[in-house]
Design a protein around this ligand. Structure first.
Ligand code: G6P
Length: 368
């Protein structure tokens, strides 16, 4: 594996463009592409016997876990508790033999995630980990390792590891759903099919939205604050969008659940704070549109990330509407990560920051 930037200006840009390929590799590990089913689970984690799953991770991996929670609960009817690892390790959660713990980490070396793993292990809980570096400490100390096949990730801000983590979590939620008898054959087939078709959409999307996002990012680089909103699995993406933007462009950004807008951030809305709304035209779309109306009524400038049906259904004036293909709900968070990453990337390029090595941040945080 040659680690260079190829034709790209930064590792981050290269890693954004690699995603179709590495997501495809990762999915092939869990899905039977030809048969249209999930592969049999050989991890030794007995999903059928669990009454609870505890997920713990840091940073971007934590947001992948938050999306995973929606999937495990919806498709496998498996209750999930999720915490950032720095809280999990101290919250003294009562653990039982009928639960399992899942840790998500690109490096496999993050100190808080490792400490949380050891806390669970000491109490006899079965440990699974979604890890990119399979020879890492966390992989070695886990009972079951679910690899992401993203290849080396050099940019400090995680991109391809994130979409690969989502691919593994979507697969695991289906594997668990099958084991628990909560996922019908028809739903499994439809979701596997949608996931198998997703990787070829990556480059198509990136090439289509890139010029528009570059122009938008030039505008965004003039602002001091940006708010991201989303509902359902788009909510963790809003958190991830805000994290990415602040990490590499140093523009203050916050991610909020769209429904929480009226419980605080609405007080900040005016023409000086653009609001990026992540809203595929799914069963929650109308709810998010009503939050967008609240923003528009207060002079807020909206950037809407949606699909053609969503763009048609929303009549509000926007600063930009970024249109993605209409895709299945299980695929949407994976593809909607792309505009979120590109916005942060291009804004940072306009700001002239060190995109691959932002100030004060480390790729792997091995101290508490
Ligand atoms: C650091 C990195 C992030 C990453 C987080 C967790 O903060 O800058 O990109 O998401 O650590 O790292 P891990 O290796 O555990 O996924």
């Amino acid at each position: 594996y040659v680690v260079d930037k190829g034709n790209h200006r930064h590792f981050m840009e290269k890693e954004i463009y690699e995603q179709g390929e590495v997501v495809s590799h990762t999915l092939a590990n869990y899905l039977d592409f030809a048969g249209g089913r999930v592969k049999p689970d050989t991890s030794g984690i007995d999903f059928a016997a669990l009454d609870r799953l505890a997920i713990s991770a840091c940073g971007t991996a934590y947001y992948a876990g938050l999306i995973g929670k929606y999937w495990f609960e919806r498709f496998a009817r498996l209750p999930v508790e999720i915490d950032v690892a720095s809280e999990f390790r101290y919250r003294e959660m009562p653990l039982t033999g009928t639960m399992a713990a899942l840790f998500i980490t690109q490096s496999g070396e993050t100190a808080d995630t490792l400490a949380s793993l050891r806390y669970c292990k000491a109490q006899g809980v079965r440990i699974g980990s979604v890890v990119n570096v399979v020879e890492s400490t966390i992989a070695r100390e886990s009972d079951a390792v679910f690899p992401t096949l993203a290849g080396p990730e050099i940019g400090v801000a995680s991109t391809k590891a994130f979409t690969c983590q989502l691919s593994v979590l979507a697969s695991l939620a289906m594997i668990a759903g099958r084991a628990r008898g909560t996922l019908s054959d028809a739903d499994e087939k439809a979701m596997v099919q949608a996931l198998v078709e997703a990787p070829r959409l990556f480059n198509q999307i990136l090439n289509t939205i890139q010029p528009q996002i570059e122009a938008l990012s030039r505008e965004l680089s003039r602002f001091k604050d940006v708010l991201y909103l989303g509902r359902g699995t788009s909510y963790p993406l809003a958190l991830e969008g805000a994290l990415k933007l602040k990490e590499i462009s140093y523009i203050h950004a916050e991610g909020y659940a769209a429904g929480e807008l009226k419980h605080g951030p609405i007080a900040l809305i005016d023409e000086t704070m653009p609001v990026i709304v992540i809203a595929p035209h799914d069963r929650l779309f109308e709810k998010t549109v009503s939050n967008m109306q609240e923003v528009a009524a207060r002079g807020g400038q909206i950037i809407l990330i949606t699909d053609a049906a969503g763009a048609k259904a929303s009549t509000l004036k926007t600063m930009a509407t970024i249109v993605l293909p209409e895709v299945s709900e299980i695929v949407a968070p994976i593809l909607y990560a792309l505009p979120v990453q590109l916005i942060a990337y291009h804004t940072a390029v306009f700001m002239g920051t060190d995109v691959d090595q932002p100030r004060n941040l480390a790729k792997s945080v091995t101290v508490e």
